[in-house]
Design a protein around this ligand. Structure first.
Ligand SMILES: *Cc1c(COP(=O)(O)O)cnc(C)c1O
Length: 375
């Protein structure tokens, strides 16, 4: 359809032609046609996590981080205390949000290739009853590691505490079922597994929790309680909505449901991930995580142990072949990342694997069997 490179990144990602075309119309933010899209969108997002009757969808302008910050600032009382189990950069970002907002913070620190352990969360909640909330990242997109949401949610619920889940890179592809996983809030965004374009986050909040949050947020624009009550009353957004982003997400969701919803999306990403790892292994490359803890979202790959390797040159060589890679986000080892999401085109992951192999050859690395040892 176009010669634009395919994005192998975890959002923005390559969207379908139909999703792109849905942005060719301008909408009045107060118009009933646009407001009915907003209403439909909010209902669809609640349905994806089986939260009908228990959870409310509060969309928010901005990238995913805006919605995470709004969720912490609205749902955690000013005298609240947040426990953040950390195994990567997005967990650290939540911790930083807590500090910036002046919420009391405790962390449990893990290495980046170790899953959060539910027993540790349980123990910390027993030791310190002042903790009011746990904030968990479902898939740590910085590595691709999957954290055991179900077991952690059960532990948090046993202690009667609130759970806020950053499900930015899993929502819509990996199951989160509010009818069996107790969560106060799930936070995600338009431009990840739902394959819309970036520009809108949303929080799926337990209504009983949200109802208690009037006046908690110290921000006007990031106050989800205010956004929710205004939207419920008027069907409109409080401030100028990202109209094209909303229309694109509505179109992306129509395709998502037509293709089979979460089960189909999850299966497609899992197939992409398997094909990718097989292909990279065939090239002599090695993944950072063992398969058992790898989410089928994004794969971190060790750089070849070769003096000629330089990410920028490698990136450009792969880009010339039509694919955009993602840099690594680890401080201790040299890595790059490849996303498994988005509209990859007819060749699936074979195209990207071939481009990666050819890109390495272009920079003079023909047999990367000897990859850097784990530090
Ligand atoms: C993408 C992402 C975010 C949000 O990042 P933005 O750059 O603000 O969109 C937050 N958490 C995780 C786990 C993510 O993958």
């Amino acid at each position: 359809m176009t010669a634009d490179p395919i994005l192998l990144t975890p959002g923005p990602l390559t969207t379908s032609l139909r999703t792109k075309q849905s942005m060719l119309r301008d909408w009045g933010s107060w118009d009933v046609d646009f407001n009915s899209i907003t209403t439909r969108l909010r209902e669809s997002l609640v349905r994806i996590m089986h939260g009908q009757g228990t959870h409310e969808c509060v969309p928010l302008q901005g990238s995913g981080t805006f919605a995470v910050e709004a969720a912490i600032g609205t749902l955690v009382p000013r005298a609240g205390h947040v426990l953040v189990p950390q195994n990567g950069a997005y967990c650290q970002r939540i911790a930083r949000i807590c500090r910036v907002l002046g919420r009391r913070l405790s962390t449990i620190d893990y290495a980046e290739d170790v899953q959060v352990r539910p027993d540790d969360v349980d123990r910390l909640l027993t030791q310190d009853p002042t903790i009011t909330h746990v904030a968990l990242v479902h898939c740590e997109t910085s590595t691709g590691i999957l954290n055991p949401l179900q077991e952690i949610a059960a532990a948090v619920a046993r202690h009667g505490k609130g759970l806020i889940v950053d499900a930015m890179s899993t929502f819509g592809a990996l199951e989160i079922d509010a009818s069996r996983t107790p969560v106060d809030a799930v936070v995600a965004a338009s431009g990840k597994c739902l394959e819309g374009v970036p520009g809108m986050g949303f929080v799926l909040a337990r209504r009983a929790a949200l109802e208690r949050c009037e006046g908690v947020s110290q921000s006007l624009a990031m106050d989800l309680y205010d956004q929710w009550t205004y939207m419920t009353r008027t069907t409109q957004w409080r401030f100028t909505p990202p109209t094209h982003v909303v229309a694109a997400l509505d179109a992306a969701l129509a395709q998502y449901f037509a293709e089979g919803g979460l089960a189909a999306r999850g299966a497609a990403y899992a197939a992409n991930c398997r094909q990718l790892i097989e292909g990279l292994t065939g090239l002599g490359l090695r993944t950072f995580l063992p398969a058992a803890i790898q989410a089928p979202i994004i794969v971190t790959v060790h750089a070849p142990d070769d003096a000629r390797y330089e990410f920028k040159r490698f990136y450009n060589a792969v880009k010339e072949r039509g694919y955009i890679l993602y840099p690594g986000k680890l401080t201790t080892v040299e890595t790059f990342r490849v996303g498994c999401m988005g509209q990859l085109g007819a060749s699936g992951m074979r195209g990207p694997v071939a481009a990666i192999g050819a890109g390495l050859r272009d920079i003079g690395i023909s047999s990367p069997e000897l990859v850097r040892d784990m530090v």
